[in-house]
Design a protein. Structure first.
Length: 320
């Protein structure tokens, strides 16, 4: 790993959170505003990041100092399987356009949000950052993974050739306020919260959970992830990616039981083993970020309570 540069002072910077309407973008914006720095936050809600000319024109006009690239097309197993073109093409275009324009406009720092999905399948021990591209990808999300790996490599290429301060962060599975509750595109936490709540409302006797329930997952509360992103923007500068996670894992079965308890649903959980499990284990090794001084604060139990409260408060908008 190259030597870290001096700390970045975010005060008095023009900051662009690309993807500010999504769960990750909203959380990063909230975290930045919480710091009460004298920042100007740029609005790009109506900018199509897949269009190169539009992105370059917007960047030239607005000239941000710092960019958090949190924009991406995301979804669960079903969406990745059904829309491979969208997942690889949209994410490649977004990454290439924003990263290239950041170089052209001499951006001070770009923080690229990758994903733990980029790691190979079948890794048993907690996953260290050097294991990227060490084996085959999980087939159910390979399209998204390849696009995110490519974005990371583009960041590394610009850093190597032009000295750009572009860094890549790799969060584990996220959940929390602002999540996507689409029936087709949601991830496990959103799908299960909604499913258990609906079952409770309708007094259904059971809830179907995909797969065997045996796979292990690491779930990171989105506000913790946002705090880590801002921390790393200020304190990390390297060509090497860095993991963001809790360092703890839970089985899908136990996670479903926790959601059942959080929602206060009294029915039965039924595991549909005709549906895919995905990778068996995907725990990130977080020694690197811990050594820098950042640790996740929110337990899964507390995170789910906050998540469910937000869900109830926003139910009308979620179900539109």
């Amino acid at each position: 790993m190259e030597e870290l540069r001096k700390k970045l002072n975010l005060n008095n910077k023009k900051i662009w959170v690309a993807g500010e309407t999504g769960m990750v973008g909203k959380a990063i914006l909230k975290q930045l505003k919480k710091k009460k720095l004298n920042n100007k936050f740029l609005n790009s809600k109506h900018l199509d990041l897949r269009r190169q000319v539009d992105v370059e024109d917007w960047m030239k006009k607005n000239k941000p100092n710092i960019i958090f690239l949190a924009a991406a097309k995301v979804g669960g197993i079903l969406a990745n399987n059904n829309y491979p073109v969208n997942f690889i093409e949209d994410n490649l275009l977004i990454s290439l356009n924003v990263i290239r324009s950041s170089y052209l406009n001499k951006i001070e720092k770009l923080i690229y949000l990758g994903s733990s999905c980029i790691y190979p399948k079948g890794l048993d021990k907690p996953i260290t950052e050097d294991l990227i591209l060490s084996g085959p990808l999980e087939s159910t999300n390979q399209w998204y993974s390849i696009a995110k790996i490519s974005g990371m490599k583009v960041c590394q290429a610009y850093r190597k050739q032009y000295g750009c301060d572009f860094i890549t962060l790799l969060p584990s599975n996220l959940y929390g306020p602002g999540d996507n509750f689409s029936k087709k595109n949601s991830h496990v936490p959103a799908a299960l919260i909604d499913r258990f709540h609906c079952a409770k409302e309708k007094k259904n006797k059971n809830v179907i959970v995909w797969g065997s329930g045996k796979p292990l997952r690491e779930f990171l509360f989105v506000d913790d992830m946002a705090e880590a992103c801002v921390f790393l923007a200020e304190n990390y500068s390297s060509i090497d990616p860095i993991n963001i996670g809790t360092g703890k894992e839970i089985s899908i079965k136990d996670f479903a039981k926790l959601i059942q308890k959080t929602v206060n649903y009294n029915g039965k959980i039924v595991f549909d083993q005709t549906k895919p499990d995905g990778v068996y284990r995907k725990l990130l090794n977080v020694k690197k970020i811990n050594k820098l001084g950042w640790f996740a604060k929110t337990s899964v139990e507390m995170g789910l309570k906050k998540y469910y409260k937000w869900y109830l408060d926003n139910l009308d908008n979620i179900r539109r």
